[in-house]
Design a protein around this ligand. Sequence first.
Ligand SMILES: Cc1cc2nc3c(=O)[nH]c(=O)nc-3n(C[C@H](O)[C@H](O)[C@H](O)COP(=O)(O)OP(=O)(O)OC[C@H]3O[C@@H](n4cnc5c(N)ncnc54)[C@H](O)[C@@H]3O)c2cc1C
Length: 267
Amino acid sequence: MVVCVKQVPDTTEVRIDPRTNTLVRAGVPAVINPYDAHAVEAAVQLKEKYGGRVTALSMGPPQAEEVLRRALAMGADEGILLTDRAFAGSDTLATSYILAQAIKKIDKMLPVNLVLCGKQAIDGDTAQVGPGIATRLGFTQLTYCMAIDAIDLEQGYIQVQRKLEGKREIVRGRLPALLTVVKEINELRYASLPALVRAARVDIITWGKDDLELDPAQIGLKGSPTSVWRIFAPPARPGGEIIPGKPQEAAAALVEKLVKTKVVADR
Ligand SMILES: Cc1cc2nc3c(=O)[nH]c(=O)nc-3n(C[C@H](O)[C@H](O)[C@H](O)COP(=O)(O)OP(=O)(O)OC[C@H]3O[C@@H](n4cnc5c(N)ncnc54)[C@H](O)[C@@H]3O)c2cc1C
């Protein structure tokens, strides 16, 4: 199994500077993308049930090594960091290409049956990288997984529950498969002390562009069909309004306002 983990700024701590209208990222801690933590936990639970090996894989700057150590503390067996200046500026197409090429290399050493990703990253927020990897590898694609019911290694299938709007969908697909997971899939456990010690000591494997079979035209800024040309903070919301009067009158005035502003439909 391979779990893709991304290091992201803790967006609950990111503030907007009201004067410059830019994000204040200084001093904001970098964390493992929350959905990816659930993907690691899901992989470790599968390992406990079915055996196998869990490889955590991340692309990012050298400090992204921290999220791989976090995955090791949660029970992953090894961590591989894809880091190279040539990878910088990659959009989702280039990111999924580089990750897929790394998974192909891992697969040559030990066959990969399952790739787990988070549903989305809380900084980029696109939810495109997982499906991108699945397409490139030709794996069955199962997104928004909230439960893994069963895996039959002999018959070569997996059954999952997908979280859809207002319902869940039970799907069976052939292995190898790529799953993206939502938070409902499990509860995170605390890392054990021996696991923490091992995670701090173990060597992280580092691969650069020359360690992978890559088409230089498909990576980094050059390999990215999209580019972000402007980033700005959303405008501040106008202040609220308190409607005075007795409760009944105020309620009537409120309804009138809501209808007028088309927040609710008129009867
Ligand atoms: C503010 C901001 C500005 C950016 N500016 C640019 C720019 O100018 N040009 C540009 O080309 N790119 C830019 N990027 C980067 C790029 O768009 C995305 O970060 C990248 O393509 C991944 O997409 P995502 O974050 O939406 O991941 P998602 O598709 O939402 O992630 C889904 C899952 O895929 C896996 N995953 C995603 N990324 C990685 C990773 N690196 N390593 C391991 N697993 C991963 C994780 O399991 C994750 O849960 C910018 C990103 C941000 C946040």
